[in-house]
Design a protein around this ligand. Structure first.
Ligand SMILES: [Zn+2]
Length: 312
C-alpha cells in the first residue's frame, strides 16, 4: 500500500534477508515502524517507550516522515519535469532553483534543499505576479508616441560617415591592445592562460565591431527593428496572458533577467531593454558600437523568436 514498487525494491540486495531471500512486505512494515532505529525501545506488552543506550542509525524526523508516508498524510507528489516554471525561479536563501509539485490540484513551486527555510509559491500566484509586472512595463499610448518621435530624431541624426570613422578607430585601438598583450606575455607579466583568456575577449570585441561596421548603412533595418520592438512591448502583458504554457515559460525566461523567491517575497527583474525602452530605442537606432551591438543582437533574437510563434 505504501510502497507502490515494493516487489521491485524488495529484490534489491539491501532489502533481502541474510540468505538472499527477499523480505516480506509485513517484515518491511515492522522494520519501518520500529523506533529502535532512532534510539528508542518499545516494550512489547505495554507499548511504552524508553531511551535505549545504543547508537541510533536514523533521526526521529526521518522516522516521523516515514510514518506520515505510510499513513498517506505525506503524499506530496514531486514531479521534476512537467511544470511550466520548473527551475526558472531561484531560491533567495540557498541559490538553487525551485521545482514544481502537484498538491490537491494546485501546482506549487518549492525549494527542495534540506533545511532551507521553506520557500514556496503557488503557480497561479507566480503567474499573477508576472502579469502585474508586465502590465506596469507595457507601453502606454502617450509613451509610445514619445518613443516614436525619439526614434525619428535618432535616425535623422545618424551620420554614417562619422559612425564609420569611429568604428574604424576602435578597431585600430584593438589591434594595438593585441600587440600590448603579446608583449606582456613575452615579458612574463601575465601567464599563458591569462593571455589566452584576454585574447579571446579581444577577438570577440573585434567580431562585434566588424559586425557593427558591416551593418552601418542599414538604417532602414534599424528602423524596422525598433518598430517591431515597440509593437512587442506595447502588448507584452496580453501576449503573456494568451500564450500557451511553453511560450509563457519562454517569455518569463526572456523578459526577466532575475527571478528570485526569498521567503514569500518574489523578485522579478525585467531586462534593461524592457524597463528602459528609451535606452533600447537608442541602442537599436543610435550609432553602432561594440557595447550596444550585443544588446541589439539580443533584442533581435527575442523579436525573431516572437515572430516565429504561431498566432493564438
Ligand atoms: Zn532554498
Amino acid at each position: 500500500m505504501f510502497v507502490p514498487c515494493f516487489d521491485q525494491r524488495a529484490q534489491s540486495a539491501w532489502l533481502s534477508k541474510s540468505g538472499g531471500k527477499p523480505i516480506s512486505k509485513g517484515c518491511l512494515e515492522n522494520l519501518l515502524a520500529n523506533p529502535f532505529y532512532y534510539g528508542t525501545i518499545r516494550m512489547k506488552r505495554s507499548g511504552k517507550l524508553f531511551n535505549g543506550i545504543h547508537t541510533p542509525i536514523i533521526d526521529k524526523s526521518l522516522f516521523d516522515r516515514v510514518q506520515e508516508v505510510k499513513t498517506g498524510k505525506h503524499n506530496r507528489k514531486v514531479s521534476l519535469h512537467n511544470h511550466t516554471y520548473r527551475r526558472l525561479v531561484v531560491c533567495g536563501c540557498c541559490d538553487r532553483t525551485l521545482y514544481g509539485e502537484q498538491q490537491k490540484g494546485q501546482v506549487y513551486m518549492r525549494c527542495h534543499t534540506k533545511g532551507c527555510p521553506t520557500t514556496t509559491i503557488r503557480e497561479d500566484r507566480l503567474e499573477g505576479a508576472i502579469s502585474r509586472q508586465l502590465l506596469e512595463l507595457e507601453l502606454g499610448r502617450h509613451d509610445r508616441k514619445r518613443l516614436e518621435r525619439e526614434l525619428q530624431v535618432l535616425l535623422t541624426r545618424r551620420n554614417t560617415a562619422s559612425d564609420r570613422r569611429a568604428l574604424q578607430l576602435q578597431l585600430s585601438n584593438l589591434d594595438r591592445r593585441k600587440e600590448q598583450l603579446t608583449d606582456a606575455l613575452l615579458d612574463g607579466l601575465i601567464d599563458k592562460s591569462a593571455f589566452q583568456e584576454r585574447r579571446v575577449r579581444l577577438e570577440n570585441e573585434k567580431q562585434d565591431l566588424s559586425d557593427a561596421l558591416r551593418n552601418i548603412d542599414d538604417t532602414d533595418g534599424d528602423e524596422q527593428l525598433a518598430r517591431n520592438f515597440l509593437e512587442l512591448v506595447k502588448n507584452v502583458c496580453l501576449t503573456y496572458q494568451i500564450s500557451n504554457k511553453q511560450q509563457k515559460r519562454r517569455l518569463t525566461e526572456i523578459l526577466f533577467s532575475n527571478r528570485t523567491l526569498t521567503g514569500k517575497n518574489l523578485y522579478l527583474e525585467p531586462q534593461k531593454w524592457l524597463s528602459n525602452k528609451l535606452w533600447a530605442i537608442s541602442v537599436l537606432c543610435g550609432p553602432p558600437d561594440r557595447d550596444t551591438a550585443r544588446t541589439k543582437e539580443h533584442i533581435q533574437n527575442v523579436l525573431n523568436e516572437f515572430h516565429e510563434w504561431p498566432r493564438q
